[in-house]
Design a binder for this molecule. Structure first.
Ligand SMILES: [Zn+2]
Length: 328
């Protein structure tokens, strides 16, 4: 562990998602995390059980971090679902019953006697990647995460941007029109980029390919050998030269390039960072497709202006963004 200095400032950080809860104490100056804890979310047990797990896991992070309580300036919460525009309430949770209009920050504040801020996970991760993952902090920035779903957020003029509170839903930009019905999305709409390029969408395509594709190809043999038919299997087979798997992955990533081109056209960001398990595990395939496709989708004077890079924070962007919520 790095030495602590009495001038350092720290923030208790909490990342509550549909399947896991992570907590830690973050040092604001350099984003180092202390006392990291990760537990499964007891979503089916409802709001009160989740609150008591949040409080006890955070207490355990505080204890394990050995950071003195007078050096902790507040707490930041990343919430995996929509939150009110002022960050004071959970709007609803897709995973936990009883959290409609739930004043989570006030309850955490009351327990720890600290000021508390809360944001939606995509927007919070954008804040973390912007501040702690960029070499030179850009004024206009976008973070997009391709994991099971697709989420992300914007920093515009060095501030998070969410419109009236529910904006920056980058996973639900439309990329399919005439055949949109073949791509139903978890959001209730059709043809979204999440329904085409996310981990769950690629897993769906992998299953379709296994059922209908050639029984002679690398993908089919890989599934038979490993017993796994997933986004990962599809990407591995594409990398190994399976033509059908490569065609699906190229199409999904080309659609992703299209969605990025549209936000570049609208917002002219300086930098876009891409994170999440699917992006990290397939960057060698994704990056060349983005470099090939994006310039073709942009008007000439926008080409080459936006730096596109892989996330640098190895999955800690959400916790670090929660630390930065106290300081924006
Ligand atoms: Zn959608």
């Amino acid at each position: 562990m790095t030495q602590m200095n009495q001038n350092d400032a720290y923030v208790l950080v909490l990342d509550f998602g549909g399947t896991k809860l992570a907590t830690a104490v973050a040092r604001i100056a350099d984003g180092e995390l202390f006392g990291y804890q990760k537990v499964a979310t007891p979503a089916s047990m409802g709001a009160e059980a989740c609150l008591s797990l949040i409080l006890s896991t955070a207490e355990s992070s505080l204890e394990k971090s050995s950071v003195p309580s007078d050096m902790i300036r507040g707490a930041g919460i990343s919430f995996g679902g929509p939150v009110s525009a002022d960050g004071s309430k959970v709007v609803l949770s897709m995973h936990v019953r009883g959290w409609e209009n739930y004043p989570l920050p006030a309850l955490v504040s009351e327990h720890f006697h600290l000021p508390v801020r809360m944001g939606n996970d995509g927007n919070v991760a954008a804040l973390g990647e912007w501040f702690y993952g960029s070499k030179a902090i850009p004024d206009h920035f976008m973070y997009i995460q391709i994991s099971t779903g697709i989420g992300g957020g914007f920093i515009l003029n060095r501030k998070p941007y969410t419109g009236q509170g529910l904006g920056a839903e980058v996973g639900h930009v439309k990329v399919r029109f005439e055949d949109a019905a073949a791509y139903p999305c978890a959001c209730g709409s059709y043809g979204c980029i999440e329904a085409v390029s996310s981990g769950w969408a690629l897993a769906r395509d992998a299953k379709r390919l296994f059922e209908t594709g050639s029984k002679e190809n690398i993908f089919y043999r890989t599934v038979k050998e490993t017993g796994e038919c997933s986004a990962r299997t599809l990407v591995v087979a594409a990398r190994d030269g399976d033509p059908e798997a490569l065609s699906i992955v190229r199409s999904a990533f080309s659609s992703f390039a299209l969605s990025l081109s549209d936000v570049i056209t609208l917002l002219d960001m300086e930098e876009i960072a891409i994170g999440g398990g699917v992006a990290v595990n397939s960057w060698d395939l994704l990056e060349p497709i983005l470099k090939e496709k994006i310039p073709n989708f942009l008007q000439t004077n926008l080409r080459g202006r936006t730096k596109i890079r892989l996330s640098q924070l190895k999955g800690t962007e959400t916790l670090l963004g929660a630390a930065k919520l106290l300081d924006i």
